[in-house]
Design a protein around this ligand. Sequence first.
Ligand code: HGY
Ligand code: MN
Ligand code: MN
Length: 415
Amino acid sequence: MVSAPAPGGARAVARCQALGVAPYSDMAGGLYRGYLTPAYRAAQDTLSGWMAEAGMQVSLDPAANLVGRYEGTDPAAPLLLIGSHLDSVRDGGCYDGPLGVMLGIEAVDALHRAGRRLPFAIEVIAFGDEEGSRFPAAMLTSRAVAGTLPAEALDLVDGEGVALARAGVDVARFRTAARAPGSVMAYLEAHIEQGPLLESEGLAVGTVTGIAAQLRFRVHLAGMAGHAGTTTMPLRRDALAGAAEMIVAIERIAQADASDVVATVGRIAAAPGAANVIAGSVDFTLDVRSGDGARRDRVAHAILSAMEATAGRRGLALSIEQVHDLPASPCDPALVALVDAAMVKAGQPVRRLVSGAGHDAMVMAALCPTAMVFIRCRGGISHNPAEHVEPADAEVALAVMLGFIDQLGASRGLA
Ligand code: HGY
Ligand code: MN
Ligand code: MN
């Protein structure tokens, strides 16, 4: 019987690994945990036990986020919210999201074992739908908590045709998960970097200064299905060839900007999808990001214009639906300084960096000041089963989080 790791970073890593396999995954041979799926509910059950062991009261909020609360000495004081997400991408890694939740539990467990109560409560939240991998929109449940979710955003259907309203939440109450303005003093998220910078500089952790702006679209292209053997090339309106020309143009336009702009087509489906039929229609996704919102919008505009020109030249019908628009989200400068100070206290060099990946923190910034701690991941690999974190790096991140927590009270005159 393998003994469970001692409390701390190693246990946080081990727990992420434990949740990376059945019954905590909805796919065989890999990890996919969709919002409200059986795997999601199984993971919440196990997480509830770990939160309770750490001295927290555990509950589900109206958006089916799991929340653990560790009381402070002043129940009326604005609380510190520590969190990340429990859902995953399809065939993803086990640390993207869960590591931030597990480290939040470890931080509370360390206070609980030391018998310490702070002047404010700490809540650890496991957001249910950051990736948008089951339902089309992303950051659904953190937007509910931040109070920025419009009612019409709940009119969602997943890839199997299951409506959110029939997936196990009460959509009539979903948005009551919103926290009262002023009730949350700060939001802290620890997350793997999902990029190669920390590793390239031999650093275990980094201070996030902001999160890139991202636009996401669903694209539908309609041409004319036809017989692959009898339809001559000049007569074709091939939706898949048109999509291919657009996808190469998307890459070329983003590369030509020679900036931090990134543009990605991550998913494509052609219909009817037969070897001897010219594709009559194609659906694909488009994701455009930059640390600068205006730069993101300029390049996105250039991409959409190029797509329209291609569609016109090829006689294809093009429809583009914007799925979400997440503005660039700076972390709070005062909290960034606290993270830096905690880095120094933990014996770490201070290294600030921007996040190209989106996080629940970018949504929570509408509710309260936010701070993020990045953790080195091997090769910067993420959204991939090869995602890997060293326990020692998780331990360093935990020390930084505990240092941050200690200073936060003092900085708010609550110590
Ligand atoms: O897409 C992202 O950046 C995040 O992993 N959801
Ligand atoms: Mn992710
Ligand atoms: Mn993530």
